[in-house]
Design a protein around this ligand. Structure first.
Ligand SMILES: NC(=O)c1ccc[n+]([C@@H]2O[C@H](COP(=O)([O-])OP(=O)(O)OC[C@H]3O[C@@H](n4cnc5c(N)ncnc54)[C@H](OP(=O)(O)O)[C@@H]3O)[C@@H](O)[C@H]2O)c1
Length: 259
């Protein structure tokens, strides 16, 4: 009951139609909380919504929206009457390859989807949460955002932004009853990851269900969660033991070959 009481009656998952976002939606519905799911592809979104409605007997509202277009997202959200007790911001865009080959449009897309939208989303949903004195905001970040990461430099920087934003809001909103959390994940077996990684999965790769479960269980317990023991150790080594230069060199072994 605690999860429903704290984060209900509706959780909004931005990017909730497949991959990790769908795993979040599943884990939240299993906890008895209704859902608002946002994504671009209507067919996939409505199929996920129908599956969750059938499986868990919760209300699931599907809203087709592109996080890159914040004005239209805000307009669509303005039409909702559902009261949002939890935001999970999962959607992301990662321009992959050498910086010189990445286009201005790709960089603008990464800034819009990974920075502008979660920032304005957090602002939008936190106001009524503060008023009610309860709620949660979970921002998906990445271990790639712990240090510079070649060939995904812009993506990694946007993820660092999400971690720092969540930490600041965690401290600011905790006394107002709102739990904020950054989930700094390592590799996750999602369609997005499988598309980007041609080689075998990196050490510590987790299933999406596992990451969603660990992240939701960490809400209210601190500003950051790092799912998986290997990833916890990895972040400790990267941020506490190695120099910045050595951490970047270590990361470059994983991301330097991405194209
Ligand atoms: N996968 C990994 O290894 C990994 C590792 C660390 C952190 N993360 C983080 O975990 C999150 C999920 O990662 P993922 O790439 O693996 O994706 P995913 O969970 O497989 O799914 C992406 C979801 O976001 C939606 N989406 C994507 N762009 C969108 C947009 N512009 N507007 C609205 N919805 C959008 C997709 O639906 P539509 O395409 O229909 O819009 C889909 O529902 C991201 O924040 C990522 O940075 C991932």
């Amino acid at each position: 009951m605690r999860f429903q009481d704290t984060y209900g009656p509706y959780a909004l998952v931005a990017g909730g139609s497949y991959g990790l976002g769908a795993a979040f939606a599943d884990a939240i519905a299993r906890r008895g909380v209704n859902l608002v799911l946002l994504a671009r592809d209507e067919e996939r979104l409505t199929a996920t919504a129908a599956r969750l409605r059938d499986r868990y007997d919760v209300d699931v509202i599907a809203v087709t929206a592109d996080m890159a277009d914040w004005d239209s997202v805000r307009e669509r959200l303005g039409e909702l009457t559902a009261s949002i007790g939890l935001l999970v911001y999962d959607a992301a865009y990662a321009p992959i390859g050498r910086f010189e080959d990445v286009t201005d449009e790709q960089l603008a897309q990464a800034a819009a989807v990974n920075v502008r939208a979660p920032l304005l989303f957090a602002k939008l949903v936190s106001a009524p949460m503060i008023e009610r004195g309860r709620g949660g905001i979970l921002l998906m970040s990445s271990l790639a955002g712990s240090q510079g990461s070649p060939n995904i430099a812009a993506y990694a920087a946007t993820k660092a932004f999400n971690t720092i934003l969540a930490e600041g809001l965690w401290s600011e909103l905790k006394p107002r009853g709102v739990d904020v959390l950054a989930c700094c994940a390592g590799a996750i077996l999602t369609p997005g990851y499988q598309q980007a990684e041609s080689a075998k999965p990196a050490p510590g790769t987790l299933a999406a269900d596992d990451v969603a479960e660990q992240a939701l269980n960490a809400l209210g317990k601190g500003p950051i969660v790092i799912p998986g023991a290997v990833n916890k150790l990895g972040r400790f080594v990267l941020t506490r033991l190695l120099s910045r230069r050595a951490a970047i060199a270590f990361m470059s072994k994983n991301t330097g070959g991405l194209s």
